[in-house]
Write a protein of this length. Structure first.
Ligand SMILES: Nc1nc2c(c(=O)[nH]1)N[C@H]1C(S)=C(S)[C@@H](COP(=O)(O)O)O[C@H]1N2
Ligand SMILES: [Mo]
Length: 496
């Protein structure tokens, strides 16, 4: 048997195995697809420093890079498995079985997958082994057309299975469930946002971020697909009465709408992980009140359907003046799938990893001692209030602007405290106070702008915010780990 025939045989077996796994995953849940399960497992096993590096280097492409890397490894392993099977198929079969077992273990250990999900990697394993053994026995010398036909058949079968899996996954998809929710009309709408809440024409972002532009941060390789009909939220632990809510139970309550600026702890100084939306939902304090939290409770430990967990202070969740929510709507629509459909937490003033669990299905009232959430175990802080920060949006870094007056504009935030002032400095000049936008509420960002007369040449602007507690942002640079970056944002630009 030629070496080309052997490695092609192995590649076809690989394609068939992945496709079979995907087909079955279409029936039992897309994340059971062994390839995705290995990817998700790899993400959870990755040490924090490597994860930070990946996010910093590849940004939102980090997961694409991971999947591509895995694909390259698989292809190389398949080619090698084919090549080493010189006289018998056994060496190749051993390699294929080993990879199949990795897929099985990955699916088995995923917290978001049940026993049914094991059928997907099993299908992959059996198909991979079977395809390789069968095609290996085809004698290319004897009947070339028949061997080609068998290979073509296997390839066609793999393609059909893969597409079938995708279609099946789509049928169970949450998108149609979301489309069927209909309008969510709050009983208490958020105050109308005045026109002078932003300075878009002067170079700031829009006050309310469109859903499509809202930053996204999570550990999920594929967006969890939860249908509203299948969703429920269990509230238990240190409570007098365990409660379970279904989607309709939440949707049919009087809904409240709140304008809130969310921020990620991984936001570097000057970064983009900050956005504002009108969230619609119910007060978390109401739900906790119905369960009756017992004395001594400290932590609200929330779990997502994909196994991700978060720990929020019970006090923040219960504090009615803070307005923590179980949100089901965002900017006039049901939550987009990527932002947690059917339901998520939003607690104003705390970084997302301790306050904003998406696809939330479980709330356990407990102590700090008893449970450790996902990022806490990986070295991030337990209490993580959002730090007062500001960012320059105009001019852009290294932009060349016309001579004369140069306008500098940006945003500042100090959620739950409020922004008092923003100061801007050109080169080594004095700090000058910027014009602030209308304050919508203390849980949202504020926009600012200022103009400078700038001579031609290279220049630098720096900004710093002061919040309503009188705290002025420190110029001391700190990284994002363990509880948020500090330092002043600066921009270098050139005047013509
Ligand atoms: N299930 C789940 N929820 C999650 C996360 C996650 O990884 N998984 N990431 C959190 C983090 S770190 C942030 S900053 C916010 C981001 O929410 P967004 O993607 O809607 O902007 O979601 C939080 N909720
Ligand atoms: Mo985050």
């Amino acid at each position: 048997m030629s070496s080309a025939h052997r490695w092609i045989t192995a590649l076809v077996a690989l394609a068939a195995a992945l496709a079979a796994g995907h087909l079955v995953a279409g029936l039992v849940g897309v994340n059971a697809s062994p390839f995705l399960a290995v990817g998700n497992g790899a993400i959870d096993l990755t040490p924090g420093w490597l994860k930070d590096f990946a996010v910093r280097t590849f940004g939102t492409y980090d997961k694409l890079v991971l999947l591509s890397g895995m694909a390259v490894v698989l292809v190389l392993a398949a080619v090698a498995a084919g090549l080493i099977s010189r006289r018998t198929p056994w060496p190749g079969l051993v390699v294929i079985t080993a990879f199949g077992l990795v897929g099985l273990v990955a699916v088995y250990t995923r917290p978001d997958l049940g026993a049914l999900a094991l059928w997907a990697p099993l299908a992959s394993l059996v198909t991979g082994v079977g395809t390789f053994a069968l095609l290996y026995r085809v004698r290319p010398g004897a009947a070339p057309s028949s061997s080609r036909r068998k290979v073509l058949l296997a390839v066609a079968g793999a393609a059909a299975a893969g597409i079938g899996g995708q279609l099946l996954a789509g049928r169970r998809d949450a998108a149609s469930s979301r489309a069927a929710v209909g309008p969510l009309i709050p009983a208490r709408t958020a105050p109308v946002i005045p026109a002078d809440a932003d300075f878009v024409k002067l170079g700031t972002p829009e006050f309310v971020t469109r859903n499509a532009g809202f930053y996204r941060v999570d550990t999920a390789l594929t967006v969890p697909q939860v249908r509203a009909e299948d969703w429920s939220l269990r509230l238990h632990g240190m409570v007098e009465r365990e409660v379970r809510y279904r989607y309709a139970d939440i949707r049919d309550r009087p809904l409240v709408e709140r304008t809130i600026t969310m921020t990620c702890v991984s936001n570097e100084v000057g970064g983009t992980y900050v956005s504002t939306a009108n969230f619609v939902g119910v007060d978390l304090a109401d739900l906790l009140g119905e369960a009756r939290v017992r004395p001594g409770a400290e932590q609200l430990f929330s779990s997502s359907v994909d196994g991700w967990t978060s720990g929020s202070p019970v006090a923040a969740a219960m504090d009615r003046t803070r307005g923590a929510m179980l949100a089901i709507g965002m900017n006039g629509e049901p939550l987009p799938l990527e932002h947690g459909f059917p339901a998520r937490l939003v607690i104003p003033g705390l970084y997302g990893y301790v306050s904003a669990t998406k696809w939330v299905t479980d709330l356990e009232v407990t102590t700090w001692q008893a449970r450790q959430a996902y990022w806490l175990k990986r070295g991030w802080g337990r209490e993580a209030p959002i730090k007062t920060q500001s960012r320059i949006d105009t001019p852009k870094g290294f932009e060349t602007v016309p001579g004369g007056k140069v306008r500098v504009a940006g945003i500042a935030w100090a959620q739950h405290t409020g922004i008092e002032k923003v100061e801007v400095r050109l080169d080594t000049g004095p700090w000058r106070e910027a014009m602030l936008s209308h304050e919508v509420n203390r849980d949202t960002w504020r926009m600012w702008w200022i103009e400078f007369d700038v001579p031609p040449g290279g220049h630098q602007v720096v900004c710093r915010a002061t919040d309503k507690n009188g705290y002025t942002q420190t110029g001391q640079r700190a990284g994002t780990v363990p509880d948020g970056a500090t330092g002043w944002h600066s921009i270098s630009f050139t005047v013509q």
